[in-house]
Design a protein around this ligand. Structure first.
Ligand SMILES: [Zn+2]
Length: 187
């Protein structure tokens, strides 16, 4: 029965402390068997003579509960299954199927790139990482008729030079599509 495997989407709120889960925050997503009724409600029903076996089929089959790291460790809730995941960035235009670490690694490995296509990749990766607040634009330097963006990597406090290939919007779109494609298939 398909209905048994319907899984509710995240509410974006920790089931333990009720705090909202913020973009890029890691959390535990868990599936709990049942109708979403509380244990107290179940107990009350049982006390009223309605055994669990007689409970009517519920619409969902599973209830989805999300827990922040602290609540997960503290409560160790009994769940059917769970996975650790991360709240996606709502502003993220392209749905890249890799995490930030992978993007950053790719960006850093393209450091010495001299081929046009790699320079374009690196630049568009820089734009994505900037949007994700992993890189921060600091200044522009002109050298040999070329424009370099000096960018800081916030977490590790490292500096990166990014050659601006002066792509127009359509070209940026095209490069980010190519990026999505290879990140999807190769990583
Ligand atoms: Zn919590």
């Amino acid at each position: 029965m398909i209905a048994d495997w319907e899984v509710a989407k995240t509410q974006g709120v920790c089931a333990g402390c009720g705090q909202s889960l913020e973009p890029r925050q890691e959390y535990y997503a868990a599936l709990v068997e049942g109708s979403g009724q509380t244990a107290q409600a179940e107990a009350a029903k049982e006390a009223a003579g309605q055994g669990k076996e007689e409970k009517p089929e519920t619409s969902g089959g599973f209830e989805r509960l999300d827990y922040c790291e602290q609540c997960w460790q503290r409560e160790s809730p009994q769940v059917f299954c769970f996975w650790k995941t991360c709240v996606p960035e709502p502003a993220q235009k392209k749905k890249l199927l890799v995490d930030d670490e992978v993007l950053l690694q790719f960006f850093e490995r393209l450091d010495q790139a001299s081929e046009r296509v790699k320079i374009n990749f690196r630049f568009v990766l820089a734009l994505i990482l900037m949007r994700k607040r992993i890189l921060k634009y600091q200044q522009t330097q002109l050298r040999d008729g070329q424009e370099f963006w000096i960018m800081g990597q916030l977490r590790q406090q490292t500096k990166h030079e990014v050659l601006n290939p002066r792509l127009d919007d359509a070209q940026i779109e095209e490069v980010s599509e190519q990026l999505s494609a290879i990140l999807r298939s190769e990583l």
